[in-house]
Design a protein. Sequence first.
Length: 311
Amino acid sequence: MLGRRAFLAGAALALAQGKALAATSAPLPKAEQVGDGLWVVRGADEPIAWGNGGAIANSVILDAPAGAVLIDPGPSRLYGQALGRLAQRLCSKKVGMVLITHLHPDHAMGACAFDPAIVHALPQTRKDIGEQGSDFADALYRILAGAMQGTTVLTPQGDLAAGPLDAMGRGLQLYALNGHSAGDLVVLDEQTQALITGDLVFHNRAPATPHARIDQWQDSLSKLEAIPHRLLIPGHGPLDTGGEALAQTRDWLGWVQDSLQRAVDSGLDMVEAGALPIPDRFAPLRQARYEWQRSVAHFYAGLETQALPIL
């Protein structure tokens, strides 16, 4: 039985952590139940900034017989701890398993709030975080300051593979894909038929492309379209039940790829390319101009190099 002194110490620690998170302007996570034992914690549809504490990615909490399962623990130790407390309140169990969908810090850096033995990812994600995690941490510390208090790089176990997974007694089906990054984990929850896609799918938010291979990404979207599911939880943006998110993501990526090539072929410089008009059909997508200009920065030099003659 938990003693009074230990209880009070734990309560004081939780209160202090909550105050620390609030003091940095980072939002406390709030969950929406979208299925039986399934909750989504929505991220802000914004770039990473001090005001949102970097909490821009969606996280998922699953209630399993032997413990809560958390998918994508957010950007920082404080936020990961807050997700852990939220999961325990919802499921009446501690988090017993953490899954990371890919390397990007808004999804992965909060893993350091948990025992490394329970944090899992694809082998490629383990490799990517091991190689790039320190750079991500440096960048987030510069942007988020106090919201990153105590955050360190935790390299997950790279022990996941495509196929069935018994996640604390809850049946999941895992898919190992790529395109948004070199290793993109997708999870199908068998109990609710919810497809949890990480950043392979964005909904009403323009896709980010810092490590993208667009042709591979489009191939992965085709594979996702072939997976029967009842609802889709994207990496960013609201829940989707009608297939709109997959179509939106595919359409945006196709437009980006075609527009970049046309801009290079027309001899535009990067500033001119970044100022090109965005089609009206993308009006529902938040951060469209921001992500288009980021894509120009990510791809333009390479495309110009390909277009230049070899002397």
